[in-house]
Write a protein that binds this ligand. Sequence first.
Ligand code: ADP
Ligand code: ZN
Length: 726
Amino acid sequence: MIYHQLALNVPLYSLLTYAHPTALPAGTRVAVRFRKRLMAAVVWESNVQPEIDISKILPIETVFSDGWQLPAGWRALLSFTARYYHYPLGQAVMAALPKGLRQPAAVPLPRQEMMYTLSTSGRLQPPPPARFHKQHAVWQCLQSAPVTLQQLKTKHTQAAHYLNQWQQQGWIEAKPVPACGSIPASQHHLNQQQQHASTSIQAKYNQFAPFLLFGITGSGKTEVYFDIMAKVLQQDKQVLFLLPEINLTPQLMQRVRQRFPHTVTAVLHSQTAAGQRTSNYLQAALGQAALVIGTRLAVFTPMHNLGLIVVDEEHDYSFKQESELRYQARDLAVWRARQTSCPIVLGSATPSLESWYKTQQGDYQLLQLSERAHASAQLPQIHLLDIRRLPLDNGFSDIIKQKLQTNFIHGGLSMVYLNRRGFAPALFCAACGHTFGCPNCSAKMVLHQHAGQLRCHHCDFHQRIPYCCPECGNQDLNAVGQGTQRIEETLQHLLPDARILRVDRDSTTHRQDWAEIYSKIMQRQVDVLVGTQMLAKGHDFPHLNLVVVLNADNSLYSADFRAPERLFAELMQVSGRAGRADCSGEVWVQTRQPEHKVYQALAAQNYVTFATAELAERQEMGMPPFSYMAAIRADAKTMREAQELLRQALQGIGQQQPLPASVSAFGPVPMLMARLAGYERAQVFLESKNRRDLHHSISIWQSWLQHLEKIYPRTRWLIDVDPLEM
Ligand code: ADP
Ligand code: ZN
């Protein structure tokens, strides 16, 4: 018997040993029994010396050998991921596989699509008579150029039948569709800065070279990506393109299809149907697809011949997974580029301070696009409007109301931005001051007037809108503050003839919704857009010329040290929507703190000033990127239980296994959002300037927690490396 180490979806930090009569290559998918259940597993190593009694080792039940294994580079990526994020390897491996490959079942490999044309002997045949006009058309198609069956079917629904018949006669020549077909030239001539960026990246072809493409909104970053992508694809290499939220960017997909119409593209995101995802994944792995586009999970796609990685909007928080395997896809992408020896381009108008700092250190090469690409597009003018002494009507000052009215009269498109969906963020009893909190979370319930509900935006809890206060019985309940629905209502009163469209998570619950909204906007069927972050991300509405930010001040009071960075990026993104094409744009920001550094930098539209000041502050406080952090979290029904586990671990470690001197531990403290979905959450932060020391400390913590969890079975724990949540 040969013993194998297998990765299985079980919460164990070590791999499991199973037996097979012959040695199986690493990366082979197999099925095994674990506690009587049949489970999928991946061979990690063969010919190992078992460390347990061999009579207890079970055999591998089935081998899914379809002539393909998960490649070594992929396995190295997963080993690193599990190690870095202190997560069980088997679970990390399964999380990185699409559902089809996570099942203990064989999966057929996707068939390579073929192209057909007439063979030499086919060309000597007379075509089918013209009166069979569909059949005739199919023949002519085959005569003129290689075509796919799909294309032939548009001529005749029975095309497959005839093709088959002619193939048997030896009249047809078939060859696989090339993964990267011809790439038409761009309709734009790159400007000097774009050209410089593209050339610099191309110079590092075939070697690890990380770039930060820092380009203001509308500066033509996408064109730069496309230019290098085209070059890499033409060398028969694959490209991995990561972006924050795919369903919010139909525009980008459209541009990709336009620019790379004959390139086989595999799209991978959480809304890709399971079967499709498995097949796309395999297409990438087998090299049938040359371009892989996806959200964070796509970073785990095995690639046959990777030549370039692009991470668009690299600062976006959605690259970090906030459950289970808490990985940061951007960081893993950089690791992957290093391992593959290929360039990686991180692009943003407001780079993460982590990436910016790396350019300052000389680790990443900085490439800058400082002007808008579109000849007549200009940066918008940003005005801060101090509302401390201004009367507000449902959140709007008079000046803003006038701006919106004037823009509507002149036929412009306006956008009103606020980051709160629903009708009002809270309901409040005017008599006793009672507010309605979620029973499961430390959050107020949001009033959803149309649905007649109070809803928690953090868990599933919702209830009918109460007609009186549960504490004092008073029926005078006030909606406090504004949500997008309320703003929509206010705007309907203000501009009764305007076509107003609200865009938030409530108005885009179906997959198609966003595409429809988008086409409405582009066809100029909308005068005013009201919406949340969804509207801010990467969209290009050429005629948008007025952006109003209603109330963003709340984030300034957050205890999260990243809040200013996040707010600045968000507001720069929103502002960047204005004045994209040949109309100049104006941005108005209502605030009670116009002197705050975030607003000052925004008004000056100066990322560099902001980043420099913010980094100086971080350095003084010893915060990332000047130190490395990990959060050890625990949750339980009570805060006492949650903290107890952490306290015990802290004490035990302090007494028996002191952490390296460079590592400090804070806590346990409640998380900023202490209660979520019925659980109280506490955490300890570990911090160090030395990454190795930090990881060593996490390992110590991990073993203590594994030991203590038996004593505190009702407390769950997890490790979050490089946490973004506080
Ligand atoms: P970013 O990705 O930086 O926001 P885009 O690549 O979307 O910018 O470009 C913004 C707009 O400018 C798009 O409409 C794009 O077609 C146009 N554009 C980009 N590069 C050029 C160029 N070199 N010449 C003319 N227009 C360009
Ligand atoms: Zn809740």
